[in-house]
Structures are given as C-alpha cells and as structure tokens.
Write a protein that binds this ligand. Structure first.
Ligand SMILES: Nc1ncnc2c1ncn2[C@@H]1O[C@H](COP(=O)(O)OP(=O)(O)OP(=O)(O)O)[C@@H](O)[C@H]1O
Ligand SMILES: CC(C)(CO)[C@@H](O)C(=O)[O-]
Ligand code: BAL
Length: 330
C-alpha cells in the first residue's frame, strides 16, 4: 500500500471518498502507540474503506513556556510508520492552512471538565485541543475517529463535544500501548535521558501499585458480600483463639469502605519514593476520578474510574493513567 501525503484542505476535498473513512489525529513523531491506532482504524475502515492520519502540531493547545518550539517534527519517518500501519492518506497541513486568518476568534470551550487535572495544569489547553479537533473533523469528515486512552481526559472531552454538539461521528478509544517495562509510549519520551527515563518509570509503577491494591481490595470486598456476618464471625473466631482466621475475617469486614483512599495511597507511596531519585520526579497530580467529568471519586463510589498521574522529570512533563472498576463483582 502507498500512502498519499496531502498538505491542503483543497487536496483533501478533491479526493474521491471510498467506503468508510476512519481518522487518526496526531501531532506526529509517530510511535507504536500511534501505529496501533492506525491499525485499529484500518480494521474499522476495512479493505474498501480509507484511513486518514492527520499530523499537525497545534499551537493553540500549547501554553506559554511549553514545548511547542522543540516538539519533534519528523514527517519523513511518520510517513513510513503510517504506511506500514495501513494508512491511505497522511494529511499534514501547515499552521497557515489550518488557521488562515491567524488564531481563530471563535473557539470551542471545554467547560468545567476542561479545567480539572490537565486543564488546571495547562490553562486553555483543552479549548485549543477541542478547537483543532473540531476543525480536523470538519476537514476530514470521518465516519469514525480514534483516540488513545493514554490521553484519557482528552478522549473524554472529545466524546463529550461530539455528543453535546451533535458532531455525528463515532469516537473509538484505544487502550494505552506500553513499553515492556510499563512506560506508556509518548512522543515526549524522546526528550528523556537514560537516567530520566528510569525515574519516569515511576509513573506507570505507581499506577500498577494502585491497581494491585485495588484488585486485592475488590477480592476482599467480594468475599465480604459472600459472608454477611463477617464481623460477628471475626469476633467468634477470636474468642475461639483462631487469631489468623479472625484477622482475615476482620480484613474482609473492613474492606468495603475506603478503597479509593487505599488505591491513592498505594500509588502515592511509589511517587513519593521517586521524588528522592536522581533526577527526581516532581509530581503534578495524582487523582482517582470519575471519567464522566474527571472529578475525584468518593469512598462509596462504584463503577468505572480512572487513576491518573502527571509529573515532570527534568524538563519533560509526562502523563499516564489506568482504568479501574469499583464494585464490579456482585
Ligand atoms: N501509548 C499510547 N497508546 C495509545 N494511544 C496513544 C499512545 N500515545 C499516544 N496515543 C494517542 O495518539 C494520538 C495522538 O497523540 P500525540 O500525537 O499527542 O502523541 P503522544 O505520544 O501522546 O504525544 P505527547 O508526547 O505529546 O503526549 C492521541 O489520541 C493519543 O492519545
Ligand atoms: C488530538 C490532537 C491531535 C489534537 O491536536 C492532540 O491533542 C494529540 O495528538 O493527542
Ligand atoms: N498528547 C496530547 C497533546 C498534548 O500534550 O498537547
């Protein structure tokens, strides 16, 4: 398969559409995470449809002092990755092509969800991101658009925009692709020195520590449901001198409340440790949130949640997250 490079909206519009169109939006510097999105898009579009990959470093979503100028731009290599993964078209417009009148005066507002976590650390980021996503959806007119779970808040906001503003496009989320040691693939990983990369591993390790604690507590919780009179049982076992069994039954009885706090604490321990590494990890946030609005979940929360982390290592800011389900088994 040969991938066609298009640079202008006119070229894109002149292209005769065929079958189902699936779009993957990127800022370039493509890696295996992007390739996975493109392969998934190929599967959705099928052999008779088409896959369009956009490559555009959007100035609108970068704040002052962020890495807009040094963000890697590697179009030649990107074309090869896109082609190998099955893209029909790479649409790589210039800034002037996307914003012909300069910065747009009318923009999408991300609302309250866009002010939390990433939005609090990067004011205006999500307005700029949604504005370009809206433009790219209008330019590429896909049936389906795919985004990575790695940028969970971005994915949630795009879903919200599409629903709230009736964009009429299917949004598909793709699970995070990781290195073998757990580090989430990210274009910004290429900024890291080997020492910084070692420290950066703490992000995913913290999430997995939170996940391990979560799995253990959910198992206890499920057992608590099976044994209704657990506290009474613990006391009875204790009275009989069965101290280990009593301690176990006690843990089951106490497992129900406080799971989110315990998950946060387990992750936090790993991050606190990494704050003492050389170079140190500087935590921006660790949060356990409801993915429908990215607000912190309470101790009695049940359903899908996201454990999210953002931190700086040297001059590089990285994010990662992991989905967790509370009270799954009933
Ligand atoms: N490791 C990954 N797994 C799955 N999807 C990913 C991964 N990394 C990026 N993506 C997705 O690829 C799309 C384009 O992302 P982008 O070009 O910003 O790459 P990135 O690696 O996230 O870069 P950055 O370092 O800027 O965060 C987004 O939908 C993003 O969520
Ligand atoms: C969705 C996106 C391409 C918009 O610029 C960007 O935020 C990204 O690469 O995740
Ligand atoms: N990967 C999300 C885009 C950004 O960091 O600007």
């Amino acid at each position: 398969m040969t991938t066609t490079l298009l640079r202008t909206a006119d070229e894109l519009h002149a292209r005769v559409r065929r079958g189902r169109r699936a779009v993957v939006m990127t800022m370039g510097a493509l890696h295996e995470g992007h390739a996975t999105l493109i392969r998934t898009a190929r599967g959705i579009a099928g052999p008779d449809g088409e896959v369009v990959v956009t490559v555009f470093v959007n100035p609108l979503q970068f704040g002052q002092g962020e890495d807009l100028d040094r963000y890697p731009r590697t179009l030649e290599a990107d074309l090869k990755v896109a082609e190998q993964a099955g893209a029909d078209v790479v649409f790589a417009p210039s800034v002037e092509e996307v914003y012909p009148g300069g910065e747009p005066q009318v923009r999408i507002s991300a609302g309250p969800m866009g002010e939390r976590l990433e939005g609090a650390s990067r004011p205006g980021h999500f307005d700029g991101m949604l504005t370009v996503v809206a433009k790219l959806l209008h330019l590429t007119r896909p049936d389906t658009a795919l985004y990575g779970q790695k940028d969970a808040q971005q994915l949630a906001l795009i879903r919200r925009m599409v629903r709230d503003l009736n964009f009429g496009v299917e949004i598909v989320g793709v699970p995070t692709v990781r290195e073998e040691d757990g580090l989430a693939l990210s274009s910004r990983n290429r900024y890291l020195s080997p020492q910084e990369r070692r420290t950066a591993l703490a992000l995913s390790q913290a999430l997995f520590a939170g996940l391990d604690r979560h799995v253990a507590l959910e198992a206890l919780r499920a057992r608590a449901r099976e044994v209704p009179a657990t506290r009474a049982r613990a006391e009875a076992l204790s009275a009989l001198g069965e101290s280990r069994a009593a301690a176990d039954a006690h843990a089951v009885a106490e497992a129900t409340p406080g799971n989110p706090a315990a998950v946060r604490a387990a992750a936090r321990l790993v991050l606190d440790d990494a704050a003492r590494f050389d170079p140190p990890l500087r935590l921006d946030y660790l949060a356990l949130v409801d993915p429908s609005d990215f607000s912190e979940i309470g101790d009695d929360f049940t359903g899908e949640a996201v454990l999210a982390v953002a931190a700086r290592v040297g001059a590089t800011r990285l994010i990662d997250n992991i989905p967790l389900t509370f009270g799954a088994a009933s």
